[in-house]
Design a protein around this ligand. Structure first.
Ligand code: ATP
Length: 101
């Protein structure tokens, strides 16, 4: 299964708004087209994905995390483990942008 439009992914209205309004994305990149349906559709499985630098991988796992958390709960609900502080900051910035809406 592939998703050529973000609307095909059953994302919440807030996450879609984040993609279109805050991120200004128009459609999924190639790695997103292939991996997002696997990440977002039950039964959830472990996934290892590989693609070029800057191809949109971070958005894949950030959307996976954000789509599974309840924004009304204030307790930690997802854990993202990164090898460097710079990567943590980059991913945190993307999460901030994505949830701004
Ligand atoms: N669907 C999309 N449409 C337009 N721009 C996008 C899309 N997905 C990601 N981008 C943009 O492309 C750039 C690279 O995205 P991202 O950081 O997710 O890639 P990456 O594969 O994780 O990169 P790296 O390998 O360097 O960590 C960012 O500026 C991001 O906002």
């Amino acid at each position: 299964m592939q998703a050529d439009m973000f609307e095909e992914l059953n994302l919440s209205a807030d996450l879609l708004k984040g993609l279109y309004v805050e991120m200004k994305f128009e459609r999924p990149s190639k790695i997103q087209t292939i991996s997002l349906p696997m990440i977002l559709t039950p039964p959830y499985k472990h996934l290892i994905a590989q693609a070029h630098n800057g191809s949109g991988k971070t958005t894949c796992f950030v959307l996976g995390m954000l789509s599974r958390v309840d924004p009304k709960l204030t307790a930690p609900q997802a854990l993202c483990i990164c090898p460097t502080r710079e990567l943590v900051i980059q991913i945190d910035d993307l999460c901030d942008l994505q949830i701004r809406s």
